[in-house]
Design a binder for this molecule. Structure first.
Ligand SMILES: Nc1ncnc2c1ncn2[C@@H]1O[C@H](COP(=O)(O)OP(=O)(O)OP(=O)(O)O)[C@@H](O)[C@H]1O
Ligand SMILES: [Mg+2]
Length: 271
């Protein structure tokens, strides 16, 4: 079974422990809504699952499909069917979108059977249509100068092309117009029908009303504080997170402001 099992996961970022013992299981075919206040570790969890080098696992276990994910390179994780749509998709100047997508497609194929040009054009044409992007994207550099919505659509395009077993969507709905949100939810539905599992992070009930999760979990202070039915989404939408302190006695630590990253060479702390 293609279950994702996370046990006692501790993760450090920039030498600060962010995840402090996450336990979470996503069964094959689950769509899990991952909720939680800002800065409590949701994106950190997805980055750690995907193997981002800045997110250091200090303790714990992640298995997918019975295999030890932490022993795999990022490439191997992708090959195994893990996929993440970034909260803030990075701009990659110098890399044309078509070349990137070709590489991504080839990385899932056998080394001596790369995708042919004709098939590539056909697959991309179909993908761009579904993602609501123009084919001129082919020659534009990856995410460079893309509008917020175009970046998110491009993430959806990658999901559709790669057909992952587990799709992790980090605030895929942020900055999307109504039509794009509909398109994204249709793409998610198409992928759900193929049997893929989902972890969907969002702060808004709208996406969840379209993607229809069967479960919800709430991350607080780097741990899963609540793991339960999807009705939790409605509760959080109406009441926020205050009740977690009241009912579970968990003090919600104020998130530190995120550092503003100035290009790649400097980091400025906000007050
Ligand atoms: N690359 C990084 N460099 C420095 N600090 C980081 C980095 N990534 C995460 N953090 C810190 O880890 C903490 C958790 O961040 P994370 O992005 O996982 O939160 P989140 O729950 O996804 O929040 P949001 O809902 O605002 O997206 C924050 O204090 C954040 O500043
Ligand atoms: Mg986040």
């Amino acid at each position: 079974m293609q279950d994702l099992i996370i046990e006692n996961l501790h993760v450090k970022v920039e030498n600060k422990e962010i995840l402090q013992g996450v336990n979470l299981t996503v069964h094959q075919g689950d769509t899990l809504a991952l909720l939680g206040p800002n800065g409590h570790g949701k994106s950190t969890l997805l980055n750690a699952i995907m193997g981002h080098p800045r997110y250091i696992v200090t303790e714990g276990k992640i298995t997918f499909n019975g295999k030890d994910v932490l022993k795999m390179s990022v490439d191997q994780r992708a090959k195994e069917g893990l996929f993440m749509a970034f909260q803030t998709p990075p701009e990659v100047p110098g890399v044309e979108t078509m070349d990137f997508l070709k590489q991504a497609l080839n990385s899932k194929r056998e080394k001596d059977k790369p995708i042919g040009l004709f098939e590539l054009y056909k697959v991309l044409k179909d993908g761009y249509k579904k993602a609501g992007l123009g084919e001129d994207m082919n020659t534009r550099h990856l995410n460079e100068g893309f509008s917020g919505g175009e970046k998110k659509r491009n993430e959806i395009l990658q999901m559709l092309l790669l057909n992952p077993a587990l799709c992790m969507m980090d605030e895929i709905d942020s900055g999307l117009d109504v039509d794009a949100l509909k398109l994204v939810s249709e793409a998610i539905e198409e992928q759900q029908k193929k049997g893929s599992s989902f972890i969907i992070i969002s702060h808004y009930a709208r996406l969840f009303s379209l993607a229809k999760p069967n479960r919800a979990a709430i991350m607080v202070n780097g741990k899963i504080a609540v793991d339960g039915p999807s009705s939790l989404i409605e509760r959080v939408d109406k009441e926020g997170y205050e009740w977690i302190k009241r009912e579970l006695g968990i003090e919600i630590k104020k998130s530190e402001d995120k550092p503003i990253v100035l290009e790649t060479c400097a980091v400025k702390k906000t007050k």
